[in-house]
Design a protein around this ligand. Structure first.
Ligand SMILES: [Fe+2]
Ligand SMILES: [Fe+2]
Length: 283
């Protein structure tokens, strides 16, 4: 697929040009992060069940949109998992996923009604934060990797994630509930950003990268595997990815995406990432 290709929605695994796979262009640390991402994406079944509970009684089109969103996330997992299996013969996507699913079940997936964010509007703000994060990280992977198949997959996924953001932002805008106060919107956005550091990605990283036969000798340490994933993910970003990410998060949080607070947040986040990555580029 040509550089800068525009990917439409509704693609399938057969649309990916797998024949272009180039094993010499695999970077082990990026492969490790992609394996972890494949498990998290594939776990969308539980998110769909949770969101349809939150939207119980909503118009059929909204439920259909949520289900389509879930199918696309599952496909992201399948595409990344298949690529990771091509890149590393020891990686078994389905069995790694089974271990991940066994050990990662947040309480709100299992039981409960309504949104853990307190309202549908809160839920949509949180979803917009997540889709901002995924669209930016897959854009960063697309721009970073030289492996042609991963570049194509990341490009296709990034385009889907932008569309997901738009879908949830429109659901937020259309919601008949009264608008939330600014402090509440900011609270939801900030707490959801912080949850990106939670158990989900670190445990996925562990299940994807520690072979079953080594589990007994290599116990799970949340902080260690969270650091491993985030160190790689953060090193992929370039300044324009961060600027876009902050603007996307600012909008549903009730801030002006082109305003001073957003610009300041963008510059501060970039400085932090550069520092962490040891790059120390000028801001
Ligand atoms: Fe996704
Ligand atoms: Fe998404």
């Amino acid at each position: 697929m040509a550089e800068g290709a525009i990917y439409k929605s509704g693609w399938s695994l057969d649309d990916i040009d797998w024949s272009r796979f180039d094993a010499s262009k695999i970077e082990p640390s990026l492969l490790a992060a992609v394996k972890a991402a494949s498990l998290v994406e594939y776990n969308a079944h539980d998110y769909v069940a949770y969101l349809t509970r939150v939207y119980d009684g909503a118009p059929a089109q909204q439920i259909a949109d949520i289900e389509r969103w879930g199918r696309e996330e599952i496909q992201h997992g399948l595409a990344l998992g298949r690529w990771a299996e091509m890149a590393d013969a020891s990686f078994k996507f389905e069995s790694a996923f089974a271990r991940f699913r066994e050990g990662y079940r947040p309480a709100h997936f299992i039981s409960g009604e309504g949104s853990v964010r307190g309202s549908r509007r809160g839920e949509m703000i949180a979803r917009c934060v997540v889709e901002s994060g995924t669209s930016s990280i897959y854009s960063a992977i697309r721009d970073y990797t030289n492996e042609p198949v991963l570049k194509e997959i990341a490009g296709r996924i990034a385009a889907d994630e932008f569309r997901h953001y738009r879908l949830f932002y429109e659901m937020l805008e259309r919601d008949p509930e009264p608008d939330l106060p600014l402090w509440r919107k900011l609270w939801v956005a900030v707490t959801r950003v912080n949850e990106a550091e939670d158990d989900e990605l670190s445990y996925a990283y562990y299940c994807a990268n520690v072979l079953p036969e080594n589990v007994a000798s290599t116990p799970y340490k949340r902080a260690q595997y969270a650091r491993a994933y985030h160190a790689k993910a953060m090193s992929l970003y370039r300044r324009h990815h961060i600027d876009k990410l902050v603007k996307m998060v600012a909008k549903p949080a009730g801030l002006d995406p082109s305003g001073k607070i957003s610009a300041l947040a963008s510059a501060s986040l970039w400085r932090l990432l550069s520092f962490r990555a040891g790059l120390r580029q000028a801001v």
